[in-house]
Design a protein around this ligand. Sequence first.
Ligand code: KIV
Length: 272
Amino acid sequence: MRPADLTRFKQSGRPITVLTAWDSLSASLVQEAGADVVLVGDSLAMVVLGHATTLPVTLEQMLLHSQAVCRGFQGPIADQPLVIVDLPFLSYQCGVDRAVAAAGTLLKESGAAGVKLEGAEPEVLTVIDRLVRMGIPVMGHLGLTPQAVHRLGYRRQALDPQSQDKLKRQALELQAMGCFSVVLEHIPAELAAELRQLLAIPVIGIGAGEGCDGQVRVTADLLGLTPQQPPFSPALIPGRQLCVDALKGWVSQQRRPGASPTSTPTPPAPDC
Ligand code: KIV
């Protein structure tokens, strides 16, 4: 899988599937499920590291988790999903050189094939232009951009005609800068469907309706594991409840009077 394959999928009308992973275990699940792309999203700041927003996760942590994800895949590299990693907050907002170093490190030291970054402000476009010219594939991200939570909140975006025009302009700019695809998060379905027609690059939606070229989901949300489910990403199974019930069953079984310990007692230390 290469980023350009996603454009082929769009052209042939084959829906694109993107799932997040944050460690070897989740990566192996997502690979077995057959996802085309594995996103090491900065949502891991909230899902795995317990932060309230995506802002605190560092480049070092993103690298560590990306390496773990890439170690989780089985089989020949040709059968493995495409890995894209989120550039974390402040790794691309402080100058183009720092951004190239950050993205280059992620590609160089994990098996990732590209990076995703949020927004399309002029400074971000400059960064994207340089990354693409340096051979680093870039996925864009518009609409609800969680790194801008303090400006935008977690609300649905692009609700009035003015902001819809702005988002369309920005999506076209991302395409012109060489992004190989764009994520549209929590925007009206009609707008996402219109952008799918407007753009030659694949439009990947989350909370953006069914009219996109593909869909991305946070795997922990789909599995019902996250304590706070986003309203636009319903769970497929009550995973958290299933896990807690199974573990509760084990705990209460262990506490039953007369229950025999399941683990082997530690043998006494040998005399030296
Ligand atoms: O960080 C993430 O998981 C993401 C997806 C929600 C698209 O950016």
